[in-house]
Design a protein around this ligand. Structure first.
Ligand SMILES: [Zn+2]
Length: 297
């Protein structure tokens, strides 16, 4: 049964027409069909989730619940954004296939974990950009810069280089990156506290290479980003407030469980210096836009 027909059967009672229409829209483009194909193959359903804001924060429009094999959509999402949101979340479903036991990145040292957490967003947004480019639609959630980068690269090269360009562009949006970083820093501190309380040893110890992470982000079923990018100052940096918070949590976890201290966050580049450098590479109007946004204009 295809995801669409499964969804239609399920949704007869609740009749969320906008979602059903979004699935029909997705079937009309190659990028949309690819996302639906993945969801189909992986056995996912798509549905509204009224508690989404509570689970993922007020701005969240969708989430991939790999344990329930469900793409949960916020009832607040605009109908016109639904296809793009589904493309984004479908890509998370693909990423999670690399974690058959569930996404347990807390096995991994925190520095490495941040590489994955950010790259998973950059990858999902790059796929959204490919969809928007093909269908002539917009990127929701203020990610226009990623589509602009994709389009510029398409004018010079091929889809793979456009994907890589869009992927890297994600890291040039300090506000968004800070939002995710702070979310994951807090979540990791809470997990560490909980693990210490239960006396669970040995977490935050494994290392993963850039090559291993990069192999989880796919375009046409093949990796498309250079592994080295994940260790660059642009990608591998963290604000001091998050470094401090995480080191405190790691010290406490290590002391309580006897697990060797994970100080990998201290090896991350300075966030402000890296972001300043990336602003220099932005065009003058983009720089102005960023400055305006920071001042709340
Ligand atoms: Zn996402």
């Amino acid at each position: 049964m295809s995801i669409k027909s499964a969804f239609e059967q399920k949704s007869k009672k609740t009749a969320p027409d906008a979602l059903s229409e979004a699935l029909t829209t997705l079937e009309k483009s190659a990028a949309g069909r690819e996302s639906l194909g993945y969801l189909d193959k992986l056995g996912y359903s798509v549905g509204y989730c009224p508690e989404l804001a509570e689970i993922c924060g007020p701005g969240a429009m969708g989430v991939c619940m790999s344990d329930r094999k469900m793409i949960a959509i916020s009832p607040n999402a605009k109908a016109e954004d639904l296809p793009s949101i589904i493309v984004h979340e479908a890509q998370h479903a693909v990423q999670f296939t690399f974690f058959p036991e569930g996404l347990q990145v807390e096995n991994t040292q925190i520095g490495d974990m941040f590489k994955f957490r950010r790259a998973m967003e950059a990858d999902a947004c790059a796929h959204q950009a490919a969809y928007a480019y093909e269908t002539g639609t917009k990127m929701p959630l203020g990610y226009d810069g990623i589509l602009t980068a994709y389009r510029a690269a398409m004018e010079k090269g091929d889809k793979k280089s456009a994907m890589a360009s869009a992927f890297k562009e994600w890291y040039k949006n300090p506000d968004k990156q800070d939002f995710y970083d702070s979310y994951y820093a807090d979540a990791t501190c809470a997990v560490a506290k909980d693990l210490a309380k239960k006396g669970e040893k040995g977490f935050f110890t494994h290392k993963k290479s850039d090559k291993e992470w990069a192999s989880m982000f796919l375009f046409e079923d093949k990796p498309y980003i250079e592994p080295e990018f994940l260790s660059s100052d642009q990608a591998f940096c963290l604000k001091n407030k998050n470094k401090t918070k995480l080191m405190k949590a790691m010290r406490s976890y290590s002391e309580k469980t006897g697990t060797p201290l994970d100080s990998s966050v201290m090896g991350m580049f300075d966030y402000s210096a890296a972001k300043k450098k990336s602003e220099k590479t932005l065009s003058a109007p983009a720089r102005k836009k960023l400055a305006d946004r920071r001042e709340g204009r």
